[in-house]
Design a protein around this ligand. Structure first.
Ligand SMILES: C[S@@+](CC[C@H](N)C(=O)[O-])C[C@H]1O[C@@H](n2cnc3c(N)ncnc32)[C@H](O)[C@@H]1O
Length: 221
């Protein structure tokens, strides 16, 4: 299968998953997509800075980040047209259309200049999307490629659940798989390898007994 065919197949799959779900997504996900607010609080966007979210979904994270960092500019991309429709409504409702640009694209292979007229960002973040993107390692590399010198990549996602009881871990994995979600058990190793290649530093934390994992990569200045 060609890469273009794989991308359009995955876009169709995501649209299928979210066509109805998007209407209840923000209400329901707040109970189990843990660690997202901590990621937003830790962005520490410099004055007038730029922030890109890969796999922005309904736009919930961008709207909260815009409230916290009102003088920054925000960019979001997602492969699902359905999710982007909800994100556009959210930006409009929050009156932040003027500081947010959204685009339909594959997070593992995108051209930020073609999408947003801009090739470097101060902050890039990926929240609960790597676990739904088959080429997740390429997505991390693409996020790092578009960071400005000294910029940071922030990640939160399902963790290895290593300190949860095994029955709970097995049940959680089965339930996530039904929604095409696969925790990336080698996330830490993949991030360490990217940091070594790029001379970047890594902070990696396991949250809530391993239910979730968070990471911040800082590029050299
Ligand atoms: C679980 S949702 C997370 C949304 C949001 N980041 C959040 O924290 O609520 C995963 C998102 O990743 C998007 N996605 C999946 N594969 C993608 C890809 N290859 N490129 C861009 N977005 C993708 C889905 O369409 C969906 O909006």
């Amino acid at each position: 299968m060609t890469m273009a065919a794989e991308t359009s197949g995955h876009a169709r799959l995501m649209d299928g998953v979210y066509r109805r779900q998007r209407h209840i997504y923000d209400l329901t996900r707040k109970f189990y997509l843990l660690g997202r607010d901590g990621l937003i609080a830790g962005l520490a966007v410099p004055a007038g800075g730029s922030v890109l979210e890969l796999g922005c979904g309904t736009g919930r994270n961008i709207a909260l980040a815009a409230e916290r960092f009102p003088d920054a500019h925000f960019y979001g991309l997602d492969i699902s047209r359905e999710m982007l429709a909800t994100a556009r409504q959210c930006m409009h409702r929050e009156h932040i259309d003027d500081i947010v640009a959204l685009a339909e694209a594959d997070a593992s292979a995108f051209d930020p200049r073609a999408l947003f007229g801009k090739s470097r960002f101060d902050r890039v973040f990926i929240s609960y999307s790597l676990s739904m993107i088959p080429p997740w390692r390429e997505t991390i590399a693409a996020g790092l490629d578009c960071l400005a010198p000294g910029g940071t990549l922030h990640i939160v996602d399902f963790g290895r659940q290593e300190r949860l009881p095994s029955w709970l871990r097995a049940g959680l994995r089965r339930w996530l798989a039904a929604f095409h979600v696969a925790p990336r058990d080698t996330l830490r190793e993949a991030l360490e390898s990217e940091c070594e290649k790029r001379g970047a530093s890594l902070r990696f934390d396991s949250l809530f007994r391993g239910y979730a994992a968070s990471a911040v990569i800082r590029m050299p200045g």
